[in-house]
Design a protein around this ligand. Sequence first.
Ligand code: SF4
Ligand code: SF4
Length: 402
Amino acid sequence: MQTKIEHNFLKSEKGQLADKILRNCVHCGFCTATCPTYQILGDELDGPRGRIYQIKEMLEGAAVTKDTLLHLDRCLTCRACETTCPSGVEYGHLLEIGRSEVEKRVKRSLAQRILRKVLLNVLPFSNRFNTLLKMGQVFRPALPNVLKKQIPKKVKLAELSLKAHKRKMLILDGCVQPSLSPEINHATRQVLNALDIELISFSGCCGAINQHLSDEKNALAMIKNNIDRLISQFDNGLEGIVMTASGCGAMFKDYPHLLRNDELYKEKAKLVADKTFDLTQVINTEELKTKLNVTQENIAVHTPCTLQHAQKLPMNIEAIFSSCGYQLSSIKDKHLCCGSAGTYSITQPKLSEQLREQRLSGLMVDQPDLIVTANIGCLHHLNAGSTVPVRHWIEIIAEDLK
Ligand code: SF4
Ligand code: SF4
């Protein structure tokens, strides 16, 4: 695609990157066919190729309107389009530039500004989120069903007897996960203990919420803080960091891109990304299957976009389950996003519900007894609309340990 990016913007590193990405696009439109928002809305401007055009026009100096903001806001950042694109267009990185530019040129409504402020001031802070969730749990019995499904019951976790092991890794606690689903990291500790890996908690937020809400400054501050703390832990002999939420894993693996212009941090960011592992990458399946007594079957796997499209690990969960002897049910349209997508279910509730219905119908074709996934956001979003339980895959493995 030919481009005529505005001279001043083209002089910047972001301008050059956007130009390079845009020039790779041959506007074939293959990506449009796999875009979840295009499938639902049927408007070219709500598909990847249309969004690429809108970003191109904005960077070339065309007027930007609230419509541009809307079409970019409706993008899930699921990156299914990247998986489909035969020309290797880095749509996600282009969108990031497009969003930060549109944010500077179009003023959001007051309601949107307040909502985004609230999200930024609550979600990345586990203590604040925990306080709010506890209040919700107190009033849960009196709430209507629709809201009840959004607030999980308090869980009581059994005491674990874990051993010290030679192999030691960190495990990210994350921001909302310790309060919403503490059972996930609890189950992970059980399973990795059986595989002779000791886990040490690493607190904090990966920075994805701020990054996705165009709060770049605070996102970078969080990322640098994480990197400094991680490097000192790696220096102490810890092997790497395990991610039980694929969204956080994808974010950690993107640190080198986000810090590419920072002389002080760019090498450290690469080291952190190299030592970041999705939980599926840490499991030794041969060893694991000797420790299991498989009791559960007819399981549908929902692979989060952050695992299949961002981390390019599309079949890892299925491979572990199949090798261990679990029976998986067939599903349709594996590439589709469930509509959770970070804060999307809050900022785009209607579309997010439609996407969930569509995803659930693809997961339920074989009438599974259970759906498993690998990301806290997908788990709670799907669970709120599902007729069968939705759980993290590691919980099933932990329950079947001999
Ligand atoms: S598939 Fe790739 S090259 Fe084709 S229009 Fe989409 S982004 Fe451009
Ligand atoms: S990231 Fe997802 S929603 Fe956004 S354009 Fe690509 S396929 Fe569509």
